[in-house]
Design a protein around this ligand. Sequence first.
Ligand code: C5P
Length: 295
Amino acid sequence: MSLTMLAPAKINLTLSVGDRRADGYHELRSVMMAVDLCDRLTLRPRDAKGITLRCDDPSLPSGPENLVWRAVEAIAGAAGCGPNVEIELTKRIPAGAGLGGGSSDAAATLRGLNELGGLGLGTDELTPLAAGLGSDVPFFLHAPVARITGRGEHVEPLDWRFDGAVALWTPAIHVSTAAVYARHRPTDRPLARNESWLTGPRLDARTLSERLYNDLEPAAIAVDGRLGELRGRLAEIAGRPIRLSGSGSAMFGLFDTPAEVECVLTEASGRLGLPGRCVRIGPSPDGATGHVAQG
Ligand code: C5P
């Protein structure tokens, strides 16, 4: 028996960053949305004790430094059983891009092992395990759209849905999340800002784009100036604001239709030599939408 899980990437539609807390983390408030660019994990129980992790991207660790491995240990510890599992990880989400790939893989591992082992843990029990693995992990237990607060451990699922299309670029620039947070300078803007677009009448994608913000952008651009340059050129081509996701380097723009996204992608690829992709809102993690396949 095996279980195959899709682990979607996320983008931060809004990201407010508050003060640095005593534990070194920053207070956050962010509306996050999963998109349908997904890693795939296949989980199989093993007869022998221990964890085997195979990943098709040789640049990623396949031992305890991988968040998937730590997720297995965390849930095995909580359930009081041995971590006897074989995992095959197929990566599609670029690492170090602010798209939460490793975090999503970890959340999919928690959900998958919970199901495969018949552990019966609820989201309330999985959330602290997820939070212990990383700030972005709890969100992926609730995607596709949720508001996160605290350092990311409080997740409030939202009914809001984006039915347009997203242009997503992942420049080959790696920025360290820790380095970006270290460059972040506090502002006097409140954490909670105008989120009326979540509840008001549906906005067209260009107007919605003007409501989005990311407090980490100045720090990310201070870490690598090419991000500012690219964001500016893409915004010119797209005719609307382009936002970084999390600490970057991924950037995105919102459009009403996939055809508009394709035009902008072609233009950006021709003028800047930067390929991108068209993505839509991602799968829900509850398995009910057919994104969990059992074999
Ligand atoms: O939790 P995660 O491992 O994703 O965080 C990576 C780094 O980002 C942390 O070590 C910390 O420097 C920074 N961070 C932060 N405040 C947060 C989330 C992350 O300062 N709320």
